[in-house]
Design a protein. Structure first.
Length: 186
């Protein structure tokens, strides 16, 4: 695109130089034709660029739809993960029970100032998976209070250190786990 604009500019400059220098009508006419052709080339290139941009946008939209479909399929497979209560050996957090995780949440929760200013409070229920490797995955809010409090609840859950995974048959397994995150104004 830059090359075409540069050619058009050179042609226009040359036209001015030759018409001033020679006062020749033939050269001026030839240069005007060259400038006109350069402008047509620029317009044609711009049209092609527009078509390419529309095509790229459509392809990006289709790719995004496919990604959402793949995500939905993956989430459906996660439904096969058993609840923590059904595991032979429960997952543990920092060597303790579920109370250790609640304490971690209380110690690391930051009540958003905007939520305080708006008087927002309540219980956000967060569901997540404790993977076979002990990492927290796919945390999501299943009982919402507000977008501000939901975001803070997800932040503190996702920032937690690894758990000791649940076990079944002596093997580490992924399990679903839910925890309430309580926001109370005092």
């Amino acid at each position: 695109m830059k090359r075409i604009f540069t050619i058009a500019m050179i042609a226009a400059c040359a036209m001015m130089v030759f018409s001033c220098k020679n006062n020749g009508q033939e050269e001026e006419k030839a240069l005007k034709n060259a400038a006109g052709e350069a402008v047509e080339s620029v317009e044609e290139a711009a049209g092609k660029a527009g078509k390419a941009a529309r095509k790229a946008a459509k392809e990006a939209e289709e790719a995004a739809k496919k990604a959402v479909d793949r995500t939905d399929e993956a989430l459906e497979k996660l439904d096969d993960i058993i609840p923590a209560a059904a595991a032979e050996v429960q997952p543990t957090f920092n060597g303790g029970d579920s109370n250790a995780f609640v304490k971690y949440i209380q110690d690391n929760l930051v009540y958003p100032q905007i939520a305080i200013d708006n008087g927002e409070q309540g219980r956000v229920l967060v569901n997540f998976i404790v993977g076979a490797d002990g990492k927290i995955r796919n945390a999501k809010v299943v009982n919402s209070v507000s977008s501000t409090l939901d975001a803070e609840a997800l932040r503190v859950v996702n920032s937690a250190p690894d758990w000791t995974p649940a076990k079944a048959g002596g093997k580490a397994i992924p399990v679903t786990y839910s925890v309430p995150v309580v926001f109370a104004l005092r």
